[in-house]
Design a protein around this ligand. Structure first.
Ligand SMILES: NC(=O)c1ccc[n+]([C@@H]2O[C@H](COP(=O)([O-])OP(=O)(O)OC[C@H]3O[C@@H](n4cnc5c(N)ncnc54)[C@H](O)[C@@H]3O)[C@@H](O)[C@H]2O)c1
Length: 298
C-alpha cells in the first residue's frame, strides 16, 4: 500500500471513542486528509453530532468496546458496506483517578474492560480482514502512563502499560501480513477525560473543577486537534511509539535510563499534589464508599 504523498486519501477508518476529545479530533483530522471516518462510541448522539460537524466523510455508530460481539458486528457491517477497513484506531478509554487504597473491585474492572479488553476486541474484530487484504494500520491509544511511572490512577496505568506491550508484540507479528501497528502515547491533552470523562471518575470528594483544572494546567495540556494532526503525521511515517507533545519524550528517556529516578520524581510529584489537594479540602474516598456501578454496562 502506498502511504505517501496522501496517505489517508480514500482510506476507511474506524475510530473508537470517536465522540469526544482525541477520538473526535482524530476523526476531524482524518476527514480533512480525505479519509472516510466512522466514529464508534457508547455516546451515539454525541458521535452523530461530531460526524455531522465533520461533514459527509464522517458517520457515527453505537459501540460499547467492552462487548466483543458488538465490535464484531460493527466491523462486519462496515466491511460489508465498504469492503475494507484501512485504519482501526482503538482509542476509547476511561480512567479512575485515585490512589489504589481508595479502589474497589469495580475501579479495576471498569478500566480494564474498556482500556484493555476494548483494544483486544477491536483487534479480534478487524485484524483478520487486514491480514486477508495484506494491508492496514492498527493504531492503539495508550498514554505516557503506559511508558513511565505514573501514580494516582493504578488501573489506568496498568492498562496503558498493557496496551503498549500488546501493540509492540502485534507490530512484530503483523509485519509478515503487511499490517502496520502503532501506539499513541499522549502526554496531557485537553479533553473531558481530565475532568473524569463521561464514564470514568475520581475517587476524591470535595475537589472543585477549577482546582482540578489548575492541577492539570501544570502539565501544559496540548490541544486535541494539534495532537491528532501530529499523531497522524507520525502514523503515516509508520512510527511504532508516538509520544506527543514531544517534550514528554524527555521523561520517557529518563524512565528508561533509570526507573528508580522515574519513581523518585513521580513520588515527589505525588507528595506535592497530595499535600495541595489536602489543603484545598479534597478528601480521598474510602474503598467502601466508592461507587461500584459507574461506567458499567447498566
Ligand atoms: N486526554 C489526555 O490527556 C490523554 C492522555 C493520555 C491518553 N489518553 C487516552 O486517549 C484516549 C481518548 O481519551 P480522551 O482524552 O479523548 O477522553 P474523552 O473522555 O474525551 O473521550 C473518551 C471517549 O471514549 C468513549 N468511551 C468510553 N467508554 C467507552 C466504551 N465502553 N465503548 C465505546 N466508547 C467508549 C467516551 O464516550 C468518549 O467519547 C483514551 O484511551 C485515553 O486514555 C488521553
Amino acid at each position: 500500500m502506498t502511504w505517501r504523498p496522501e496517505p489517508y486519501r480514500d482510506r476507511i477508518a474506524l475510530v473508537t471513542g470517536g465522540a469526544s476529545g482525541i477520538g473526535a479530533a482524530l476523526g476531524r483530522a482524518l476527514a480533512e486528509r480525505g479519509a472516510e471516518v466512522v466514529l464508534a462510541d457508547r455516546q451515539l448522539e454525541l458521535a452523530e453530532r461530531v460526524a455531522r460537524s465533520i461533514g459527509p466523510r464522517a458517520s457515527a455508530v453505537e459501540l460499547d468496546v467492552r462487548d466483543a460481539a458488538a465490535f464484531e458486528r460493527v466491523a462486519s457491517q462496515l466491511l460489508a458496506r465498504r469492503r475494507r477497513i484501512d485504519l482501526l484506531l482503538n482509542n476509547a478509554g476511561i480512567g479512575v483517578g485515585g490512589e489504589m487504597d481508595t479502589y474497589c473491585v469495580a475501579d479495576w474492572d471498569d478500566v480494564i474492560d474498556v482500556n484493555l479488553r476494548g483494544v483486544a476486541y477491536g483487534i479480534q474484530a478487524v485484524y483478520p480482514s487486514m491480514i486477508r487484504r495484506g494491508s492496514g494500520h492498527i493504531v492503539n491509544t495508550a498514554s505516557m502512563a503506559g511508558l513511565c511511572t505514573a501514580a494516582g490512577h493504578g488501573s489506568y496505568v496498568a492498562t496503558k502499560h498493557a496496551v503498549v506491550g500488546l501493540s509492540k508484540a502485534l507490530r512484530v507479528e503483523a509485519r509478515r501480513h503487511g499490517v502496520r501497528v502503532s501506539v499513541l502515547c499522549p502526554g496531557v491533552i485537553r479533553t473531558p477525560i481530565l475532568r473524569g470523562g463521561t464514564y470514568g471518575r475520581l475517587n476524591l470528594d470535595g475537589l472543585s473543577e477549577a482546582r482540578l483544572a489548575q492541577v492539570w494546567e501544570r502539565f501544559r495540556p496540548m490541544d486535541a486537534d494539534a495532537f491528532a494532526r501530529g499523531a497522524l503525521d507520525a502514523v503515516a511515517r509508520d512510527e511504532a511509539i508516538i509520544v506527543l507533545p514531544r517534550w514528554w519524550k524527555a521523561l520517557w528517556y529518563l524512565e528508561r535510563l533509570s526507573p528508580r529516578l522515574g519513581m523518585a520524581l513521580w513520588g515527589s510529584a505525588l507528595d506535592r499534589v497530595r499535600a495541595e489537594l489536602e489543603a484545598s479540602g479534597a478528601k480521598p474516598r474510602t474503598a467502601a464508599s466508592a461507587p461500584s456501578t459507574v461506567g458499567s454496562t447498566s
